[in-house]
Write a protein that binds this ligand. Structure first.
Ligand code: TYD
Length: 683
């Protein structure tokens, strides 16, 4: 069976997609901004978390302290229960950047004002409100990552993001200790700080949210066109429409076996973490007799494993398809948990805790990445909101259920063959946890298999007919309707010919007798609705004919071929706007063109409204699509260009034809005058 990963990789190589290095991601302008925001605000969040707990514990005093801390926890859990199902609607409906900035400012202000609040109830209320805002922030962030970084960087971005969010927990606790210590120090001079060691930490936390708001404000989320239209076009947001959209989100989730499978898998991974955290201390102290430090060692081993798993994800995804990796990781985690629960000593338990962490980390990142790759922008906010909420609930449920189960079973010892076997409730509860994870893994596997059967297998690329060395150059013009491709191609042709180059100009669909007949049919409004797959095949068929009879022969003669639209049109129109998915469209077209991709794509960028206004009255099947369709095309083009900076030359298509031509020339000169060789196609 053809394996998906290598085919995708081969296409990536043909298209000149750059490999995804961590260094590139960390220096990515937008992502590094978001990362700074996440790093600082999650650090702040953990500091704030500890500070609030300590504040209410103080206020509650010896008798009610523990209850007060539980009250804060409850206040932070409640928003998920009450509003969780609706939170994602906001992330899908509004400008995600503004939503995140607003949430950050709100949270900052509330943390800053917490020291001035009169009593426990006010703090509970603020905690509740802060959590409501977090409920908006997190799905907006998760849904934005695919709009922020190139697709190939998604898994790296998720690993880094998750490590930042959860890896900062221990650091946050230490920072709190430091700040509280400093506050006590100042307290020698200023009594106020001595009396309230938490205040400084709360203000520090407020500051981190303001910093995050500043960082997020500067992000370019590319979401603009589609989101702008959606926000403008739809009816006002009221309770009914929120509920309707939330339901719509669930329906989407339920209708896609793979997305459902991923969500359930991740939620169960969270429950597993909950089991480890809640059972760990008792397990370390009593089952392993490792004293109070044992738990710290186990958690460290788990953390090391998780970090490693997240880091390994990209390399492992090259060996194994992500779907399989996800399930293998889940089952591996469960297997290790079974072993860990049976271990007699701390050393052995810690040894197997590391691979258990690796499995959890892998499950987590693979799941997130697959969701981001497969859920369209429109539903992403809701999908991630559902995920965040269910995961949190699972975590809390596990925190309560597993210790309860362990306590209910109690200590059990058996004597087998003269040796005493300790089969405590804790061990059994851990095994039950592992069994739950195994069931989750099986569920995911079934869902994934079903979605794989529904998906076409990648086409074989053999025989591999890439472009010959020393052949001509293929330059493609792309853009939305009315971006002026025709005019610009003509100007480019004259320019290149004036330089003595031999130019062949053609267009898609068409350029051959057969292709022109297909063109007529597929563009004619009288053709009516065409299934997106049928449409993709027609364009691929016209393209195959054009490549075989016009483009390849011209390239073989060393000519420069200018083409009005090529594969990226199919990726943008059929892949993105019609929703067929980038990978399938690419695989189909790589087969149709036998691996021929352009040397340069000149993308004439114009806002879709402006372009459509330029189109004449007689509209073809595509020009008659609504604005949202064209907005998706425009966004897709920019995203593809962003991923292939070496191969794309993006040109602002506004201005006079001559002005635009001047910009186009820069791109032409780039490929036609390589520094070390004379221009190809010279006659
Ligand atoms: P065309 O007249 O070439 O468009 P324009 O003059 O606006 O550039 O018509 C081609 C139409 O077909 C255009 O709306 C885009 C669409 N198309 C696809 O959807 N997929 C493809 O692969 C190609 C080549 C075109």
């Amino acid at each position: 069976m053809a394996r998906a990963a290598p085919v995708a990789e081969e296409i990536a190589a043909l298209r000149g997609t750059r490999p995804s290095s961590l260094k590139e991601l960390l220096t990515h302008r937008s992502f590094s901004r978001l990362l700074r925001a996440m790093l600082v605000s999650s650090l702040g969040d953990w500091v704030g978390f500890v500070a609030v707990a300590s504040l209410v514990a103080d206020e509650g005093g010896e008798r009610l302290g523990a209850l007060a801390v539980a009250g804060v926890m409850l206040a932070r859990l409640l928003p998920s229960v009450l509003f969780g199902p609706l939170a994602g609607v906001f992330a899908d409906r509004f400008d995600r950047r503004k939503l995140m900035v607003g949430a950050d400012l709100g949270r900052g202000a509330m943390y800053a004002s917490m020291p001035f609040m009169p009593g426990l109830w006010a703090i509970f209320l603020l905690s509740f409100l802060i959590e409501c805002l977090s409920l908006l922030w997190t799905p907006a962030k998760d849904a934005s990552i695919p709009n922020l970084v190139p697709r190939r960087q998604l898994s790296n971005a998720n690993s880094v993001g998750l490590i930042t969010t959860y890896g900062t927990l221990p650091l946050g606790a230490s920072i709190y200790t430091l700040v509280a210590g400093a506050s006590n120090g100042i307290g020698a001079h200023v009594r106020y700080f001595g009396l309230h060691p938490q205040f400084l930490a709360l203000w520090l936390d407020a500051f981190t949210f303001f910093f995050s708001a500043r960082m997020v404000w500067g992000l370019d989320l590319h979401q603009n066109r589609v989101a702008r239209l959606r926000a403008g076009a739809e009816a006002k947001l009221n309770f009914n429409s929120i509920v309707r959209e939330a339901k719509d989100g669930y329906r989407f989730l339920a209708a896609h076996p793979m997305i459902r499978a991923m969500t359930v898998g991740i939620v169960i991974a969270f429950a597993g973490v909950g089991a480890v955290i809640s059972l760990g201390p008792v397990f370390a102290q009593y089952s392993l007799n490792a004293g109070s430090t044992g738990f710290g060692i186990l958690i460290t081993a788990f953390g090391i494993g998780m970090g490693t798993g997240m880091g390994l994800m990209n390399s492992l995804a090259r060996l194994l398809e992500k779907e399989k990796l996800f399930v293998v990781a889940m089952l591996g985690t469960a297997g290790c948990a079974v072993v860990v629960a049976a271990m007699p000593t701390l050393g052995l338990a810690a040894l197997f805790t590391v691979p258990m962490g690796v499995g959890t980390g892998l499950t987590w990142v693979t799941g997130y990445t697959m969701l981001q790759e497969n859920v369209t922008d429109e539903y992403r906010g809701r999908t991630f909101a559902t995920l965040t909420i269910s995961a949190r609930m699972a975590l809390f449920a596990a925190l309560v259920a597993f210790p309860a189960l362990a306590a209910a079973i109690g200590p059990l010892t058996f004597t087998v063959g003269g040796r005493e076997l300790d089969l405590s409730g804790v061990r059994i509860a851990l095994w039950v946890g592992a069994a739950v994870v195994i069931m989750g893994g099986m569920f995911s596997w079934r869902g994934l298999r079903r979605s794989r059967l529904a998906r076409p297998r990648p086409l074989s690329l053999a025989p591999r007919l890439h472009k010959r060395e020393g052949a001509g150059v293929l330059i493609v013009f792309e853009g939305v309707e009315g971006s002026g491709k025709g005019t610009q191609m003509e100007l480019a042709r004259r320019y290149l010919e004036s330089k003595g180059l031999h130019v062949v100009a053609t267009r898609e669909p068409g350029g051959t007798g057969f292709g022109d007949r297909l063109r007529e049919t597929i563009l004619d409004p009288a053709t009516g609705t065409v299934d997106p797959r049928a449409e993709a095949l027609v364009f691929a068929a016209a393209r195959a004919q054009l490549v075989a009879t016009v483009i390849r022969p011209a390239l073989d003669e060393g000519k420069v071929v200018l083409c009005d639209r090529f594969i990226d049109s199919s990726v943008a129109y059929q892949g993105a706007a019609r929703g067929l998915g980038e990978q399938d469209v690419l695989a189909l077209n790589a087969w149709a063109t036998q691996g021929l991709f352009p040397d340069l794509v000149i993308l004439l960028h114009i806002e879709p409204e402006e372009g459509l206004a330029r189109a004449n009255d007689e509209r073809d099947r595509f020009e008659s699509e609504d604005l949202a369709f064209h907005a998706k095309v425009a966004d897709a083009y920019l995203k593809i260009a962003d991923e292939h900076p070496n191969r794309f030359h993006v040109v602002d298509a506004r201005g006079t034809p001559e002005e635009v031509h001047g910009r186009v020339r820069e791109g032409l000169d780039r490929v036609l005058a390589p520094p070390d060789a004379g221009p190809p196609g010279q006659t």
